[in-house]
Design a protein around this ligand. Structure first.
Ligand code: NAP
Length: 542
């Protein structure tokens, strides 16, 4: 990193956005509508965020494409044609590029530039941003669009990795040039969404694939396939109501649960419901009953159903037993969505290695050494996840009033109001920050809701002649309590996962997303606006 000299020219903007993924692109679009000058800083060489970095074989979205897409432009909505029910990474990246071209976004995005620090200058009321390109820039508004995962991949510190003579990759930082995996002996460590997807894609090309599993995860079928033009057109014809249903749904998709309690249904009725959800496919399986993530007994009924499905798919009963999760309620670790995952373990060239009973001890020149055996490998793939939710933000040196750093403020867990704004950090907004539904939702629905809320707020400030906005301490404290209480009414906090931060050694264990549902959250945010930005303090321009 080059340090800016005192003589470096300082660029001035109305707003600086960190990240050119979907959130940053959407924010830029809205800032321009407001007539504000904006600069987006992006580490990558192109737009797309998560979909720019996660290029591993098999990467695709676990939310249906007709819903995982922008709604801010009716023309875009109608013109773009998704080809599959769940689009692959390459198509989502093409979509992001198309959006950037269509709305000429690139002229306001500076690529290959990391924001290193952003400090609030009280005398001027400006954020002063320092970048990896050695520049300084100022803006009245600072908007984090760093996302919840992709910018903070986690590689376990196994001894010996530096000695490995083959190639190794992290799924979240996959090379841009083609990686030849054909005929290779490959080891994948991790069985979350990235591990599941890459396992399915790599098994057919590898000479042998070893899947190193520490914790079995639940996966439900997506039944992915081509998206029939008739289905696409049918949704396009009713896109407004479709989007509205997503905006007020529990997880940001147009899905309404049956409103019943699983444990209070008869086993026969439950079976019918679960079979129907299974046949429909996708993430909403875990929404079949609204109490599945609230009540252990209800949750168990869904877990048992999936367990039977797993055992029915995997021929070797020992392997099947290893693949059945035993240590967490279904859905409390992010459920995976697959087409053919369990069946992959029926292949002769795929071996499931249980690293719970025999952990990985070292990586050697030739492969992976566990407590039980040595596995010769040409390639190791870390599908080991991310320092999620707070990780991407905590990497930045963000300082508010009095030089208070966000890292210090959040040392005992994130503190903010509505998941958007924090005391001591005027005019700083976090798109899909902790304390909002973010990772518990369809990210596109949540991104658009936050971006629209922030844009409306900036318009309101301009109308009022306000210089800055930040929450009151009382509102922030109430919000943190509310997020805590809602989270602890669910089963999520009881589990070791990236949702609770325990996947990162030394990270504070805490469940921080808003678990009250996307629709309820939207209503709360709208109420704050309708009542004149309750819980916020605005200061007038001099
Ligand atoms: P993840 O869900 O955190 O899974 C990481 C896996 O690596 C887990 O199986 C974990 O085991 C294992 N692991 C981590 N550290 C390890 C270690 N030191 N030794 C052995 N195993 C270790 O990460 P992910 O699969 O990348 O997914 C993260 C999230 O990204 C997803 O939940 C999803 O929200 C998003 N994502 C979405 C898609 C999609 O849209 N389809 C695709 C990929 C990712 P333990 O469980 O034992 O910790």
């Amino acid at each position: 990193m080059s340090e800016p000299s005192a003589a470096s020219p300082v660029k001035a903007f109305d707003a600086i956005v960190i990240g050119a993924g979907f959130a940053g692109m959407n924010m830029l679009y809205r800032l321009r509508e407001l007539g504000l000058s904006a600069r987006v800083y992006e580490r990558g060489t192109d737009v797309g965020g998560t979909w720019y970095w996660n290029r591993y074989p098999g990467a695709r979205c676990d939310t249906e494409s007709m819903t995982y897409s922008f709604s801010f432009s009716k023309e875009l909505e109608q013109d773009w044609n998704w080809t599959e029910r769940y689009a692959p990474q390459s198509e989502i990246l093409d979509y992001a590029r198309h959006v950037a071209d269509r709305f000429e976004m690139r002229r306001d995005i500076q690529f290959e530039t990391d924001v290193i620090a952003a400090h609030y200058e009280e005398a001027t009321g400006l954020w002063v941003v320092r970048t990896s390109a050695g520049e300084r820039a100022t803006a009245r508004f600072l908007i984090s669009a760093v996302g919840c995962l992709a910018s903070a991949p986690a590689v376990p510190k196994y001894p010996g990795i530096e000695n490995f003579q083959g190639a190794w990759y992290h799924t979240g930082h996959w090379p841009h040039e083609p990686v030849d995996l054909a005929g290779k002996r490959i080891g994948i460590i991790g069985t979350g969404s990235s591990g599941v997807q890459s396992t399915i894609a790599i098994a057919p090309v590898a000479s042998h694939l070893y899947v190193f599993q520490r914790t079995a995860n639940y996966s439900v079928p997506s039944w992915n396939g081509p998206l029939a033009p008739a289905t696409r057109d049918e949704i396009k014809a009713k896109y407004d109501s479709w989007r509205e249903a997503a905006r007020y749904g529990q997880i940001g998709i147009p899905f309404v649960s049956n409103g019943k309690s699983a444990k209070e249904q008869s086993p026969e009725d439950r079976e019918i419901e679960y079979e129907a959800a299974w046949a429909e496919g996708g993430f909403n399986f875990i929404m079949t009953y609204p109490d599945l993530l609230m009540d252990l007994e209800s949750n168990r009924t869904a877990a048992e159903f999936v367990e039977r499905k797993i055992r029915g798919k995997v021929k070797d009963p020992v392997v099947a037993d290893l693949l059945v999760p035993k240590d967490h309620p279904i859905g409390t670790k992010r459920i995976c969505v697959d087409t053919g995952y369990y069946e992959t373990f029926n292949r002769d060239n795929v071996t499931l290695v249980d690293i719970r009973s025999a952990p990985i001890e070292t990586i050697t020149e030739t492969g992976i050494h566990t407590h039980h055996a040595h596995y010769d490998l040409d390639v190791i793939i870390f599908a080991t996840g991310f320092d999620a939710i707070t990780g991407p933000l905590m990497r930045l040196d963000i300082r508010g009033k009095g030089g208070l750093s966000l890292r210090d403020k959040w040392a005992e867990g994130p503190r903010n109001y509505l998941g958007i704004s924090a005391v001591g950090f005027p005019n700083f907004f976090t798109i899909t920050g902790p304390g909002s539904p973010s990772v518990l939702s369809n990210m596109l629905t949540s991104i658009e809701q936050h971006v629209d809320w922030v844009a409306d707020c900036l318009r309101f400030m301009a109308d009022q002649g306000a210089k800055s906005i930040e929450p009151t301490l009382e509102a922030e404290n109430d919000w943190v309590q509310q997020v805590h209480d809602l989270g602890h009414a669910t089963l999520y906090p009881m589990v070791e996962s990236w949702y609770t931060g325990t996947n990162i050694p030394g990270k504070l264990r805490m469940f921080t997303p808003y678990a009250g549902g996307v629709g309820t959250y939207r209503q709360l945010c709208d109420d704050v606006v309708a009542k004149g930005y309750t819980g916020f303090a605005l200061s007038a321009a001099e």
